[in-house]
Design a protein around this ligand. Structure first.
Ligand code: SF4
Length: 474
C-alpha cells in the first residue's frame, strides 16, 4: 500500500510583510536544502488566498527555471519542499508540498519525517471511503487536519488536535489562506528553525537556508511547538511541549549541512568532535588522515587535530551526479561509487592511511572505497566510522533498513573489517555520539544504534516500505 513513506526531506516557508517575489526566496531556500532530498521538489505561493504551485521530479534547478518561477507570481506567503525517494518509488504524485482543496479553504503542507501510525490512520480513512492520491504519509496528516478543522474551525486548533492523533516524526510547514504554521513533533526528531528576513518571517529545516537568503536565525522550534504567523504577528502554541525531545543524532553525523546550526550546536563542530572522539576510542599509527566526502571530511579533520596525524585530501568527488543510494540495484551502486569517487594517489601512495566515513550500511561501498585507496598505493587502510554501527532500522523518516540488510547485524567487527578489506576498523561509541552536539540542551534519538527508541515503534517494519536505502551513499 505504501511504496515510499520513508524519506529524509527539507521544508521551507516564508511569510512576507508585503506582496513580493516569495517564490524566488523559497527557490533559494530550497536550493540550500537540496542535500536533504534530490528526487522531487515543489513551491506553493499564496497570493491573497489563491494558491499557485508547481512541483515535479528533479533537482530544484531542474524543476524551476526563470519562467516557472515567474509563472508562480508574487504573493505574501510561500512554502517549499525537497524530497528524497528512490528511482523505483519515485513518482510526481508524491512530490510535495501537498495542496488540499476543501470547503474550509485550501491548505498546503510540506513534511519532513515519518509517521509511525500512518498505516493505521490511513486504513481507518480508507475504510470510511476516503480516497488517497499519494502513497506518502503527509496525505494522512492532511486528512487529520481537515477533519479536525471541520470540528473546531480554526487551522491552528486543528494542527494542535492533529498532534494528539499522529505519532512519529514530523517537522511541518503548513499554509492556509491567512496563516503560515510550523509544527514540530513532541520529540523533535527532525530540526525546524525560525528566522527573520527584514520584516518577513521564515522557517526552514536547516539554518543554512536562512544564510542563503540573508535571513537571521531567531530560534529553533521547541519539540512539540506550533508557531503561527499571520498579520497579527508570531505566536506559539505549547500544548505538546514539555519533553526535552530526542533529535535524530544522525542529523549531526550525516544529514545536515556542516554550515547549519541545530539546537544551538554547529554541525561542523559536531563532526570535528566525532573525529576527536574516534581518535580517543580507536587510535592507530598512521601517516595521513583522509575523509570520505562529504560528511567524513570534517570528522577526518577532527581526528587529525586530536591525533597530530596530518590531514589530507584523499578523494575527489564528481559533484555532477546524484547520490548513489537512489540507484536501485546492487550492480548500479557498485558502478556509481567508481563514477563518483576517485582516490588521489599523490596523497595516499606509500602511506598508512586512516579513512574516516560516516557509516557502513551493507559494506558494499566501504569495500569499494578501501579498494580505491589500495589501487592508489596506500600501504595500510584503517577505517574509522564517525557513528556507531547500525543495528536496527529507523522508523522516523530515514531509510535505515531492516536488520537483514545491515552488515553489523550479520557480521562481527572483525568480519566486517575483513569484508571491506581494511587493516582495522573502529566505530564511534553510542556514548560519544550522544556528546557530539555539545551545546544542545536536548536528548538524542540513537535508536538505530542501540534499538532504544524514544517512542513506541511498530512491531514489524513492513518490507514494502523499503524500496530505497540510506547511504552506501557517497
Ligand atoms: S533511529 Fe537513527 S536515523 Fe532514525 S531518528 Fe533515530 S538516530 Fe536518527
Amino acid at each position: 500500500m505504501f511504496d515510499n513513506i520513508h524519506e529524509e526531506c527539507g521544508v521551507f516557508g516564508i511569510y512576507a510583510d508585503k506582496k513580493c517575489d516569495v517564490a524566488a526566496q523559497t527557490y533559494v531556500g530550497l536550493y540550500a536544502l537540496q542535500h536533504r532530498g534530490q528526487e522531487s521538489c515543489g513551491i506553493v505561493v499564496n497570493d491573497d488566498g489563491l494558491f499557485n504551485y508547481y512541483k515535479d521530479l528533479g533537482l530544484v534547478n531542474q524543476v524551476f527555471d526563470k519562467d516557472r518561477l515567474q509563472a508562480l507570481g508574487e504573493g505574501n506567503m510561500a512554502i517549499g519542499h525537497v524530497r528524497y525517494s528512490t528511482t523505483g518509488s519515485c513518482n510526481a504524485s508524491n512530490a510535495q508540498p501537498l495542496v488540499v482543496r476543501h470547503g474550509k479553504g485550501p491548505l498546503a503542507i510540506a513534511h519532513n519525517g515519518n509517521l509511525t501510525n500512518a498505516r493505521e490512520l490511513r486504513m481507518q480513512y480508507e475504510n470510511k471511503g476516503m480516497i488517497f492520491h499519494t502513497t506518502n504519509d503527509t496525505e494522512v496528516i492532511s486528512y487529520v487536519i481537515t477533519e479536525e478543522r471541520l470540528a473546531c474551525g480554526s487551522i491552528e486548533k486543528a494542527v494542535e488536535q492533529m498532534m494528539y492523533r499522529v505519532k512519529g516524526a514530523y517537522s511541518l510547514v503548513i499554509m492556509s489562506p491567512q496563516k503560515l504554521i510550523a509544527a514540530r513533533d513532541p520529540e523533535g526528531f527532525r530540526p525546524l528553525s525560525l528566522g527573520k528576513l527584514g520584516e518577513s518571517w521564515v522557517v526552514s529545516s536547516e539554518t543554512c537556508a536562512f544564510d542563503s537568503i540573508g535571513a537571521k536565525f531567531v530560534r529553533d522550534l521547541k519539540p512539540g511547538e506550533i508557531v503561527v504567523i499571520d498579520d497579527s504577528g508570531v505566536r506559539s502554541i505549547e500544548t505538546h511541549c514539555g519533553s526535552k525531545g530526542h533529535i535524530c543524532v544522525f542529523e549531526y553525523v550525516y544529514f545536515a549541512r556542516p554550515d547549519s546550526v541545530i539546537e544551538g550546536s554547529s554541525v561542523h563542530k559536531a563532526r570535528l568532535r566525532a573525529g576527536k572522539y574516534l581518535w580517543r576510542e580507536h587510535p592507530v599509527d598512521a601517516d595521513i588522515v583522509i575523509g570520505v566526502p562529504d560528511s567524513g571530511l570534517d570528522a577526518a579533520l577532527g581526528f587529525s587535530q586530536e591525533s597530530g596525524i596530518p590531514y589530507g585530501i584523499g578523494f575527489i568527488k564528481n559533484r555532477y551526479i546524484g547520490r548513489t543510494f537512489i540507484q536501485p540495484t546492487q550492480a548500479e551502486r557498485t558502478n556509481s561509487v567508481k563514477i563518483k569517487l576517485n582516490a588521489i594517489s599523490s596523497t595516499v601512495k606509500g602511506k598508512r592511511v586512516v579513512m574516516i566515513d560516516d557509516s557502513i550500511v551493507r559494506g558494499t561501498t566501504s569495500a569499494r572505497i578501501v579498494n580505491l585507496l589500495r589501487e592508489a598505493g596506500a600501504t595500510e587502510v584503517h577505517v574509522r566510522i564517525s557513528s556507531p554501527a547500525f543495528v536496527a532500522p529507523c522508523y522516523f523518516g530515514t531509510d535505515i533498513d531492516s536488520k537483514e540488510n545491515l552488515i553489523a547485524c550479520n557480521m562481527t567487527n572483525e568480519e566486517i573489517c575483513r569484508h571491506i578489506g581494511a587493516d582495522s576498523l573502529g566505530y564511534l561509541s553510542v556514548e560519544s555520539v550522544k556528546k557530539l552536539a555539545g551545546k544542545s540542551d536536548c536528548d538524542f534519538c540513537v535508536g538505530c544504534f542501540n534499538e532504544q527508541y524514544p517512542i513506541e515503534v511498530p512491531a514489524e517494519m513492513p518490507k514494502d516500505k523499503f524500496e530505497y536505502r540510506i547511504s552506501d551513499s557517497k
